[in-house]
Write a protein that binds this ligand. Structure first.
Ligand SMILES: *Cc1c(COP(=O)(O)O)cnc(C)c1O
Length: 344
């Protein structure tokens, strides 16, 4: 796979570290857990969208665009990283946010990613849940054109064959690091949503014949629909790389048992996972994706899904900025009241 044939601009700090999590492994009684720190991509608090945006923004620039338009949920990490990428390139950025949770918690509506996007100068428009967001983006693109601008639409999550190249690249990076560390990777586990991350990883790991199993923990759709959308995008990505047929359908595996009450709605498992990682490894997960992904991994470990001597790499896809939009979900986990006697 010759990724340098595709236009790419550098936005992130790569390679991100591949590290052991000895305290978490011990607490759970094995397997050996490792973490790929894609929360450390460096773009305005980082995350998995940075890798995709390196290829997507390069394509936008090649097409002469001056304005990027994208969409996501209210606390979208993708929207935040897109705003940061646009700021770095001096492009305009318009964000369309869909109210998928119905939360009216002021911190959900104004803090976390929403605050950071506005800090970076991107106007945000919030739409009712269930809006056809692709259609809404087309309308905004027309407005930009009417004003003399040149819009470029990035799909939700940056998930198309161009964006997925970022995770083909991540698969190759993990393989190189594993080889350098003499680490045999048996499984890669991560949160899957708009499918680009898993499609890219599977294409990279299968295209290089690594034999590594990838498991996506779903955060929204049921299993069959999630696997289908990942498989479809993996096929498109393989074709874009001139590797038609590189990914077999049965190599796309998702587990969607950890969604809980719905996309972006806190679950008890997520709260446990976020708190556990914070307290055993000092690692901040997020409430919508990596928290539920880790909740799935923890539960599967407890059910004996992995052999005790296997090596499992969790890809930390970022998103900790969203924690500030979800503080209320964690109140019961926090130590007693803050002691303010000394400032009274
Ligand atoms: C977007 C996102 C994901 C999901 O990645 P997809 O490529 O959309 O499947 C996982 N974790 C975080 C923190 C994200 O922001």
């Amino acid at each position: 796979m010759h990724l340098s044939k595709f236009p790419r601009i550098r936005l992130g700090h790569f390679d991100t570290p591949l590290e052991a999590m000895p305290r978490l492994s011990k607490l759970l009684g094995g397997p050996n857990l490792f973490i790929k720190r894609d929360d450390c991509t460096g773009l305005a608090s980082g995350g998995n969208k940075t890798r995709k945006l390196e290829f997507l923004i390069a394509d936008a620039l090649e097409k002469g665009a001056d304005t990027v338009i994208t969409q996501g949920a209210t606390q979208s990490n993708h929207a935040r990283q897109t705003a940061a990428a646009a700021a770095r390139l001096g492009m305009r950025c318009i964000l369309l946010l869909e109210d998928r949770t119905g939360s009216r918690d002021p911190s959900y509506l104004h803090s976390g990613n929403v605050f950071l996007e506005r800090l970076m100068g991107a106007p945000t428009r919030i739409y009712a849940g269930g809006t056809d967001m692709n259609d809404a983006m087309r309308v905004v693109a027309e407005e930009v054109r009417a004003g003399g601008g040149k819009p470029y639409i990035i799909p939700g999550g940056g998930s198309n064959a161009i964006g997925a190249l970022g995770y083909v690249n991540c698969a190759l990076e993990i393989l190189t690091q594993a080889n350098q560390q003499s680490l045999v990777v048996h499984h890669v586990v991560h949160a899957t949503g708009s499918a680009g991350t898993q499609a890219g990883l599977v294409t990279g790991f299968e295209g290089s014949r690594s034999g590594i199993d990838v498991l996506g923990i779903g955060v929204r759709a049921p299993r069959e629909a999630q696997e289908q959308s990942v498989f479809k995008l993996a096929c498109e990505t393989a074709e874009y790389l001139d590797m038609q047929g590189a990914v077999a359908r049965e190599r796309v595996v998702a587990n969607c048992d950890y969604v809980g009450d719905g996309y972006g709605i806190p679950s008890a498992g997520m709260v446990e996972a976020v708190t556990m990682l914070a307290r055993t490894e000092g690692i901040l997960l997020d409430p919508v994706y990596s928290g539920k992904g880790m909740a799935g991994l923890i539960d599967l470990i407890r059910k004996g899904h992995f052999k005790p001597d296997e090596n499992v790499v969790f890809v930390h896809t970022g998103g900790s900025a969203a924690l500030f939009g979800y503080m209320s979900a964690f109140h019961a986990q926090l130590p007693d009241e803050i002691d303010t006697r000394n400032i009274r």
